[in-house]
Design a protein around this ligand. Structure first.
Ligand SMILES: C[S@@+](CC[C@H](N)C(=O)[O-])C[C@H]1O[C@@H](n2cnc3c(N)ncnc32)[C@H](O)[C@@H]1O
Length: 827
């Protein structure tokens, strides 16, 4: 059996007796950087003891290395330790009688290991990947290290009686103190090893890259191994190249051979995997190999736990091996082929006090390059017919890579011609996950990679806190989920309403010449469209009002609104449509202070006496003739005008007679018109035609014929009052319409506000989610910190216990030596 060039054995024990505070302890000189100082100090402190312990069983002994085991061999090596071990066994028996500490510790260690995994039927049926026709455990992290019953028994017994066990399984033996770590500037550290066999084959220095140290440190800090990020650095592939050493024999050309190849560039120490298989004894090993005898004549997947066996004092059939013959019990490491100058090394380690083998890449490996390990000196001789094949596997592997690349190129070309080109280089269809360097999501459970739960297919919207985008993707413009169709319509309506409101509020009709204000059309359709109600066709046109019931404070307001409304509706004007609105125009009451009240009363009496003796003057609004102190009849002072109105029937009612002249609204209007005309017409014209009303009045007075008779006055007054009422109604309606518009606008504003509120709520929810996430992260960090503290405390505790035990052990040894001396003295 050839030894591998793996040179270190490490204690990864996280249980009782872990001397270096949970850190890796160098046995064969290898240690992690962090542990180095500690170990170093400790070692220095122990130097005195070392000298005294020169007769220790293990001092100066070569540390056995892990190695592949020949399936057909039945080794019966006699270890250098065997003689000393006998003496030890006597001591152990005595110790056991006196102190069951070692047994207890062994029990504790064993209890902490899940041996049940061995019997678990799930272990056998756990899912495996078929990679190029070979089954490989789907997840390295999910493997179960199993132990045969024989292995369990052997371990129990040996751990209980082992002096190492009583020392707490710590393996930082003083005899290895000379193998110290040397830190290099390039981040590697170096330690001396015991590669004394195969002089020319191995270096004396063993490089442990810092990455590997970190990995081991993590391992000991309780992280699951292998480190998840290392899982997809390699893949198992079938060997195609017939020149590859594994294909060199006639039998093997026929067989399906595999190797492990790098997927990406792997820096030294980046890839580290435990060699997985069933832990069994050499005696049991033979049973493991009965299945495919043909194949197993050429192959052995059994790894010898040489170092652990020696430490545990196991020999012959009791020797422990890791048997990966069962396909389902393997991981990738079982497919690593052999090369003397391999880029992979193996090291033995104690994990939780139990032996294990790890592979790691000691050299950089390029993508596509094969990972190769030296199987050790014993393996090939026992494989007999394959002796000559062990050389140059790596060169052949590269040839294999070329073949594979060519094959891939061809496939790619075929695919391209079949499917058309993929412009940016598609992931290979066969193994797209392999290009993903951080571990491919399993097909069964891709959601597991999403830390917050996968969106269920039935309810994808649930993953979008603010509503899913519609298929058409309107959401693209709306960052918080697409507006529903109704919402869009609402929004649209809102925009339109807003526009309408602006339109409505825009001053209108101002551009119309003022002189057209009193003339309106009677185009029924236009009017109705504009919201007018045509109340009654009149002699001079029609009376119109607006549909809303809005009231106006003054007739001026009403008129203004009406005019505006009419102006908005149409500019059509026809003589027939002219409404006698002249009288509806309310002119402000003009009160002249020039005439006293007394004179006014006198004038009134005179007029009454002269013109209205018979049946009194009727009010133009209420048509009543009676008046009293509180509701005097007001007579127009306009020339020839007989309009009378009660003080309270005025648009703006008065409580007393105004001072000075009072003109009825018609005279006021007439006077204004007169004024307008006189300013527009030439002086002569103005003088001749100016103010028909005035002329009429004058004529009436001059002719002695009372033209503005009481009837005329009554009619005029009635028309005046009626028109005002109609105007009022119309304007009330107009304002109602405006109110409706205003309400709509209000509604739209409210909808807008609601949308804004929704947005704000969504933002708040988002902020809340973020806060929650931050809290969760903080809690996680806290937990981790707590865990780290607990681990540190535990490690310290262990260290203390270990020290105490060591002291005890030293004391006992001292005592024993004393007793021996005493005995020697006695005898
Ligand atoms: C641990 S297995 C390696 C994986 C193996 N190629 C397979 O496909 O299962 C070890 C066996 O692989 C073959 N092998 C590995 N390296 C070899 C080499 N350099 N020369 C010839 N055979 C080799 C031998 O048959 C050996 O017993």
């Amino acid at each position: 059996m050839i030894r591998t060039n793996s040179a270190c054995f490490m204690d990864l024990t996280t249980h009782e007796g872990d001397e270096c505070n949970g850190a890796m302890t160098a046995v064969d000189g290898a240690s992690c950087e962090d542990a180095h100082e500690h170990d170093h100090n400790q070692v220095e402190g122990e130097e005195e003891d070392d000298e005294e312990d020169e007769d220790d069983d293990y001092v100066g002994q070569e540390l056995p290395q892990p190695q592949y085991r020949d399936s057909k061999s039945k080794r019966s090596r006699t270890h250098a330790l065997s003689e000393d071990k006998c003496g030890d066994e006597e001591d152990q028996t005595q110790d056991r009688d006196k102190d069951n500490e070692g047994v207890d510790m062994a029990k504790r260690v064993l209890a902490s290991v899940d041996f049940a995994g061995n019997e678990d039927p799930k272990v056998k049926t756990r899912p495996v990947n078929v990679v190029n026709g070979v089954e490989v455990n789907s997840s390295h992290a999910a493997y179960v290290v199993s132990y045969s019953n024989g292995a369990k028994q052997v371990l129990k017994e040996s751990l209980a009686k082992s002096p190492m066990m009583r020392q707490g399984l710590h393996l930082s033996l003083p005899e290895y103190a000379e193998h110290k770590l040397i830190d290099h500037a390039d981040g590697t550290c170096e330690c001396t090893t015991y590669d004394e066999y195969e002089d020319n084959l191995f270096e004396n220095d063993h490089i442990l890259p810092r990455d590997l140290q970190v990995f081991l440190r993590k391992l000991m800090d309780g992280e699951p191994y292998p480190h998840p990020s290392r899982q997809n650095l390699v893949e198992v592939m079938a060997i195609e190249d017939l020149n590859h050493p594994v294909k060199s024999s006639a039998e093997m050309k026929e067989s399906v051979e595999h190797g492990v190849f790098a997927v990406v560039k792997i820096e030294p120490g980046m890839w580290c995997q435990r060699y997985i298989g069933k832990h069994c004894t050499s005696a049991e090993e033979s049973h493991c190999c009965e299945k495919d005898q043909e194949h197993l004549l050429q192959h052995s997947y059994t790894f010898d736990l040489t170092a652990a066996n020696e430490i545990l004092g196991l020999t012959g059939d009791e020797e422990l091996v890791v048997d990966a013959t069962e396909v389902a019990s393997r991981n990738h490491t079982a497919y690593v082929n052999h090369d003397r100058e391999g880029n992979v090394q193996a090291f033995g380690a104690l994990v939780d006090g139990l032996p294990a083998i790890f592979f790691y890449n000691s050299k950089a490996v390029q993508p596509g390059e094969e990972l190769l390990v030296d199987y050790g000196p014993v393996y090939w001789p026992y494989m007999g017919n394959q002796r000559e094949l062990q050389m140059n596997a790596r060169a052949a592997a590269n040839a294999n890579l070329r073949v594979k690349q060519e094959a891939e190129q061809n496939t790619h070309l075929e695919t391209r011609s079949a499917k058309g080109t993929r412009p940016f280089g598609a992931a290979s269809e066969e193994a797209p996950a392999k290009t993903w360097p951080f571990g491919a999501a399993s097909e069964e459970a891709p959601a597991k990679t999403w830390p917050f739960g996968a969106a269920s297919e039935e309810a994808p919207a649930k993953t979008r806190p603010f509503g899913a985008a519609s298929e058409e993707a309107p959401a693209k413009t709306w960052p918080f989920g697409a507006a529903s169709e109704e919402a869009s319509a609402e929004l649209e309506a809102m925009v339109q309403a807003q526009a309408a409101l602006w339109e409505l509020q825009k001053p209108k009709g101002v551009s119309k010449p003022r002189r057209t204000c009193g003339k309106y059309h009677s185009d029924r359709e236009e009017l109705v469209k504009a919201g007018f109600t045509i109340e009654k066709p009149g002699k001079n046109g029609v009376s119109i009002s607006l549909n809303s019931g809005k009231r106006f404070r003054t007739s001026r307001e009403a008129r203004a609104a009406l005019l505006t409304e009419m102006g908005q509706t149409s500019s059509m004007e026809t003589p027939q449509a002219k409404v006698e609105l002249r009288r509806t125009r309310k002119t402000p009451l003009k009160v002249s202070a020039a005439v006293s009240t007394e004179e006014r009363r006198e004038s009134k009496r005179r007029k009454t006496d002269e013109n209205f003796v018979e049946d009194g003057t009727a009010c133009g609004v209420c048509h009543r003739t009676d008046d009293d102190e509180n509701n005097d009849m007001l007579l127009c002072d306009g020339m020839g005008c007989d309009v009378a109105l009660h003080l309270r029937c005025l648009d703006l009612p008065l409580s007393r007679l105004p001072d000075g002249d009072w003109h009825c609204p018609a005279c006021e209007e007439e006077a204004r018109g007169q004024h307008m005309r006189s300013s527009e017409l030439p002086d002569t014209e103005s003088a001749r035609d100016g103010g028909h009303h005035i002329s009429d009045c004058d004529a009436g007075l001059a002719g002695g014929d009372s033209v503005p008779s009481r009837r005329a006055a009554r009619n005029t007054s009635a028309a005046f009052g009626k028109d005002i009422k109609a105007g009022r109604d119309a304007l009330v309606k107009l304002l109602g319409k405006i109110d409706v518009q205003q309400e709509k606008s209000d509604r739209d504003q409210a909808a807008l506000a609601e949308e804004k509120a929704k947005l704000a709520r969504a933002q708040a929810a988002l902020a809340k989610e973020k806060e929650k996430l931050a809290r969760a992260q903080a809690a996680l960090a806290k937990e981790k910190e707590k865990l780290a503290r607990a681990q540190a405390a535990l490690a310290k505790e262990k260290e203390n216990v270990t020290k105490e035990k060591k002291t005890l052990f030293d004391d006992q040894a001292e005592l024993t030596r004393g007793q021996e001396k005493l005995a020697r003295g006695i005898f």
